[in-house]
Each structure stands twice: as C-alpha cells, then as structure tokens.
Ligand binder design. Sequence first.
Ligand SMILES: [Zn+2]
Length: 311
Amino acid sequence: MRASTTKSRGPADAVTVLTWHALVGRPEELEAWPPGARLYVFTLDEFRRQLDHLAAEGFTTLSMAELLQWHQGAVELPERPIVLSFDDGHRSNAELALPELRSRGQKAIFFITVSRVEADAWVTWDDLRVLLDAGMEVGSHSLTHRPPSSLSRDELRRELAESKRILEEGLGVAVEFVSSPTGYDSRHFGPLAREAGYKAALQGVIGRNRRSTDPFALRRILLKRSMDSALFRRLVDPSRRAYLPLRLKQATRNAVRRLIGARGYEALRRLLLGQGSGCAEQPPDGSKGSANECQIPDSKSQMPSHRGDHP
Ligand SMILES: [Zn+2]
C-alpha cells in the first residue's frame, strides 16, 4: 500500500506512546554512562528539539487517563495525539525534563521504580509531589525493576501491588498505570497488573495503540540515542509506519533471547557493544544491592550512579 504523504485530518484512530529514560544537561556527561545505559540517555538539547518538533507539528500531549477514556470509547482523539512517558524515575526527570515540558504546556507520565525513590541519582518523594503539582502523572515501574520474565507469579504480583500501594500512600493519589521494567516481558504482567487494580499497562512491544489494543499490553516506542532526529520525526508522524522495521528487529531479538536465554543474550549484546564490564543493560536483581550495578566513574554530575538500566 502506498504511504500517504498528506497530514491526517480529523480525529486520529491511534496513539503513539514515547518513552524516555534519563537526560543529561551537557553532552560531555554522556561519557559517564556505560554504553548499554547511554543508549537510552538524551542530552537536554536533543530533548528540547524533540519537544519543539512535537509542538511545531501540532501534537497534543495526552495523559494516560485521557488515553484510557478514548480507549473506552468515552471521547474522541485530537488530530495528532501523543503520550509522553519516562521510565525508571531518574532524578533528571524532575530536574531537567519537567521544566521543558511545563514551558511548552506539554504533559507526561513518570513511571517510577519504587525501591529507588530517595536513592542516589533517583527522584525523591518531594520530586514526585512537584511532578503531580505540575499536572503530570505518576505511575509504577515496579518495585525493584527485576525482569518480569524472571519472577514467579507471586513475586510479580508483589512487585505490582506493593509498588502501587507505596506510591499511593506516599503521594495520596490513585496510581492507575504501570509500565513493564526491562525488555523481558512476561505473559503474566498484564493479567496481574489488572488484578492489582491498575487500569492499564504499558509493555515493551513497539507500535501504536488503537481501540482494539489490549489496555494491559499497550505498545510504545522506547527512544534510543541511536535514533537520529530524522527517524524521530518519522516515528511520530501518524501518516507513516516507521516503527514497523523496529518491531521486526525487536521480534528477531526476542527470538534470539528465547533461543540462547536472557543471560546469554546480555553477554552477546555486551560483546557487540564492546562493553567489557559486567554491567548489564538489564539491571541485575535489584534486591542484591549495588554489587552488579554500573558505577559511573568520577563525575561532576549530580547523578553519579546508574544501574545500566533500560526499558
Ligand atoms: Zn526501566
């Protein structure tokens, strides 16, 4: 089928969800991040250009609550809807991303790894209150960020329920949305998120969301710095399906993972990235403390440590 070159007209029928992780104020600060983690870090200037593009192209940022209202048939979408989200709860979300969103009148949801709140480099409870006061949403990104596929159903149930409970008690608001940590989704994640009382869940599958999409397996695009600004523009363009090659790549990667196992896949990936250390792209078991964490060498950054994190 020939791709349309005209802009969409009237209400949209699909919503793209974008996910960022951490930001750095200056490009030199990227050097302090291990290669696997750096893939998911943008500079403030890059982030500004992305937000400016969305504003210039007439995108309306939706909250997850608005996305859900549309999904349930209660409202129509604006012509160019988009959901902006952040995974993990890095301190830069509050310190760098929030002012940029506010100044453009854009909204976002921040999915927080609850066991890290108040820890070095991560958001504080005060940060989360500031985000809420600014009209942003806060969701759960699990309790410890362990890969859902590595957990028993009872462990995953606890990750989902406890993180929700702690956020709700700490913030005094309902926490209705959750995003799956790491690229290792579990088929139990959606059903157990529903059971825990969430209204929708973002998982790792790349794509756009329609009314027919399972609200507990919502799709998204995890932004990586290997995506240049031209690709970013194509990915958010509703008249294109630029995400399809990425989805194919993801499906291939997942098949390899299934074949050689998660540990084998991470070893292979580190080899290909030339990353000699044991710092996995996927954070190791969070309950084991910092033994396997990626430590950033001496840096003037206020965000000195990072767990080699990603989705
Ligand atoms: Zn994450």
